[in-house]
Design a protein around this ligand. Structure first.
Ligand SMILES: NC(=O)c1ccc[n+]([C@@H]2O[C@H](COP(=O)([O-])OP(=O)(O)OC[C@H]3O[C@@H](n4cnc5c(N)ncnc54)[C@H](OP(=O)(O)O)[C@@H]3O)[C@@H](O)[C@H]2O)c1
Length: 310
């Protein structure tokens, strides 16, 4: 295992090399016809040791869609590319309109529930309302069990954490999580993590919003809490940057586009377990998946990238 110190001090290193002994026994299924090439990197969930692919899929807006023929084809392609490349983590919420229904319907039609590692959230107040909402989510996702249930934006957090502890004991969920959409809530998230009993924390982290980098990610690593990174592409806020050429050195870490560079920047922090960029566009899915293979930037390249972004 690479320590945080050796990670930051070293030159460009290859996660594939570092984890080779592990990867030899945990190769992820791959379809050479449709994957972007290479084996997706995986990271372990500290509380269980279970390995998950580092590129997940968000569903906010992207899957809140009327399933017209075109939309259905695109979203089915997105999911097919994702699974074929070794992706599995899909994050949703009852807050995202039709997203849970869309995911459930497409997975059912694709007979792909066994390939999905489903995460959703509870986003209401009150114990009974929370239970009803979570039951509805399982129905919408057409899944008898889901991997991870998270308290969305810490809404009525203590109430729902009580329920989730029972659900975990009963085997209805495997992991308990908490989330927030803003870095200003990291203090509040950290207070919950320090109390224990939480497997996952989800929060924003991007090259433009690096508040988590200095203290929150190291805290998660110390406490053994897995991290899901939301808003890794600033909700589409880098569109102008994406129209400019990538720096020449991007090729040194196998990147041909800005999204690949920006996602690899985040993955280079060893306390990051999985990024969940959202997309409904198969070309963007292909692009994002390429960030999950090959070399990651070292401290020097990360600094150069920060300087490029300005
Ligand atoms: N409080 C919470 O729990 C919370 C808060 C925020 C987010 N989340 C979760 O985190 C996920 C990710 O966050 P987000 O959706 O807000 O923002 P995001 O993933 O940073 O950005 C999504 C946007 O980026 C675009 N995009 C994706 N890949 C691209 C690529 N390769 N090239 C160009 N554009 C690309 C997408 O458009 P296209 O569809 O056109 O690709 C979409 O507009 C959410 O979907 C949700 O599951 C949770």
């Amino acid at each position: 295992m690479i320590s945080r110190a050796s990670f930051y001090d070293g030159p460009v290193f290859s996660f594939a090399q570092a984890f080779e002994p592990f990867l030899q026994t945990h190769r992820v299924r791959q379809n050479p016809n449709s994957s972007p090439g290479g084996t997706m990197l995986t990271r372990a969930i500290p509380s269980s040791g279970e390995e998950i692919g580092v590129i997940g899929l968000g569903t906010y807006r992207a899957f809140d869609a009327q399933l017209t023929a075109d939309k259905k084809r695109d979203l089915t392609d997105v999911l097919t590319l994702f699974f074929d490349a070794g992706g599995s983590v899909i994050d949703s919420s009852p807050m995202y309109g039709r997203a849970e229904d869309t995911v459930g319907q497409l997975l059912s039609e694709m007979k792909a529930h066994d390939q999905a590692w489903l995460a959703t959230k509870v986003w209401t107040r009150g114990r009974d309302k929370g239970v009803r909402e979570m039951d509805r989510s399982l129905d919408k996702l057409a899944a008898p069990h889901i991997a991870l249930m998270q308290v969305h934006n810490l809404v009525d957090c203590d109430t729902h954490l009580d329920t989730l502890r029972n659900w975990k004991a009963e085997g209805r969920i495997r992991y308990i999580g908490i989330t927030h959409y803003t870095s200003s809530a990291l203090d509040e998230l950290s207070a919950y993590l320090k109390r224990g009993g939480i497997d996952f924390v989800q929060f924003p982290y991007s090259i433009e919003d690096r508040v988590a980098e200095d203290w929150f990610l190291p805290l998660c690593a110390d406490l053994g809490v897995a991290t899901l990174i939301n808003r890794p592409l600033e909700q589409g806020g880098f569109a102008r940057l994406f129209r400019t050429p990538v720096p020449g050195w991007a090729a040194d870490i196998g990147c041909t586009t800005w999204p690949q560079l920006l996602l690899k920047y985040l993955l280079a922090d060893p306390a990051v377990t999985c990024l969940i960029p959202a997309t409904s566009n198969p070309d963007h899915m292909r692009d994002n998946l390429r960030a999950g293979v090959g070399d990651l930037p070292d401290a020097t390249l990360r600094r150069r990238l920060r300087n490029e972004i300005g």
